[in-house]
Design a protein around this ligand. Structure first.
Ligand code: ADP
Ligand code: MG
Length: 339
């Protein structure tokens, strides 16, 4: 007899969870992505003690029937990718089929969901990966997922969480990015004490930025709009005077997905053509649409990084789009001045 044994599913899920779920914000991100993939138009995120004690994401998306509601917690269970070919043209935010299994492996999860055609809701409880018998309950259409006591069964992970304030800030940032990526969806972000922000969901990106940064700041932003045969670049950039000392106001979306990409951030800066003060970072919310076969999103478990097959090309287009937005306004003849 050899020494090797296959791991139990729950142990494998707990290990995999280490990659996907590092803090409350990672749960918030995955749950919001699921809500958006489910076609939600209203998403409410509620955080208690920074999301460490409890985080709830409620949506009005398509919901799940009973068999999907239980299967959703199995690892590699997904309704979004069926074969290898699908992986090369991902249009949904999720595709790994790992999030719910991972979250449920390291917390207590209650899922309540109801489809438009069902007379009742389905309630599923999973604790440390163990599922209780399904219940039928009264519920509104859509899905509500409550995650409590994150990392209660993995004390080593719990120890690495930061303060309530820090964890809350990270979750709020995730909701902000989601709201910016989808101005057509109404987001509410609240704690046990109060509503932090609320977006109207009317499709207007400036309205989202007004909810996040205030009307005054949002008003000054300049519109970016550039379409080439390969790319569409849209969004808003700050005037040079709106620069910040940190990169916290820089938001980039590729095919609707919030991503980090240093090369594009630098392309944006290049678009300012030395108009930014030294040490200042631009504020912007820029959305890039392109053929999904030209961008690989399957680079990292958090799906926060992407790889472009034509990166230089993408950067050139972004720099040009930003430069045009700034030139159009800043070089335009100033309307008559009163002295
Ligand atoms: P993935 O999103 O990669 O498919 P998840 O573990 O996040 O994997 O979710 C598994 C499946 O559960 C999804 O493919 C989807 O069918 C279903 N699901 C999860 N969340 C929701 C939701 N909020 N509304 C409807 N269906 C959902
Ligand atoms: Mg998902």
């Amino acid at each position: 007899m050899g020494n090797i044994q296959l791991m139990s599913t729950s142990l494998a899920n707990q290990i995999a969870a280490g990659e996907v779920v590092v803090r409350p914000a990672s749960c918030v991100k995955e749950l919001i992505e699921n809500s958006l993939d489910a076609g939600a138009k209203h998403i409410t995120v509620s955080l208690r003690e920074g999301g460490i004690a409890e985080l709830v994401v409620q949506d009005d998306g398509v919901g799940m029937d009973e068999s999907d509601a239980t299967l959703a917690f199995a690892r590699h269970a997904t309704s979004k990718v069926y074969d290898e070919h699908d992986l090369t043209r991902i249009r949904t935010l999720g595709f790994r089929g790992e999030a719910l299994a991972s979250i449920a492996a390291v917390s207590r999860v209650t899922l309540t969901t109801r489809t438009r055609t069902s007379e009742y809701g389905v309630l599923v409880r999973v604790e440390g990966g163990e599922m209780a018998p399904v219940e039928h309950v009264g519920a509104t259409y859509g899905t509500r997922i409550e995650v409590t006591d994150l990392f209660y069964n993995t004390p080593a992970r719990l120890k690495y969480l930061r303060t309530v304030q820090t964890e809350q800030a990270k979750s709020v940032e995730v909701v902000q990015k989601a709201a910016l990526s989808r101005p057509d969806v109404a987001f509410t972000c609240q704690t046990e004490h109060h509503v932090l922000f609320q977006t109207p969901g009317n499709g207007d990106i400036r309205a989202v930025l007004a909810s996040l940064y205030g009307v005054g700041e949002a008003k000054q932003l300049l519109e970016v709009n550039e379409t080439t045969p390969d790319y569409k670049v849209t969004g808003l950039v700050g005037r040079p005077t709106q620069g910040r000392t940190s990169r916290s106001g820089a938001h980039l979306f590729v095919n609707g997905r919030p991503v980090r990409n240093l090369a594009i951030h630098q392309a944006v800066i290049q678009g300012y053509k030395n108009r930014l003060m030294i040490g200042k970072q631009p504020i912007y919310s820029i959305s890039l649409e392109m053929d999904p076969t030209l961008v690989d999103v399957n680079v990292h478990p958090h799906k926060a990084e992407v790889r472009f097959s034509e990166e230089a090309d993408v950067c050139r287009t972004v720099a040009r789009a930003v430069a045009k937005a700034l030139d159009d306004t800043l070089l335009a003849p100033t309307p008559q001045r009163t002295t």
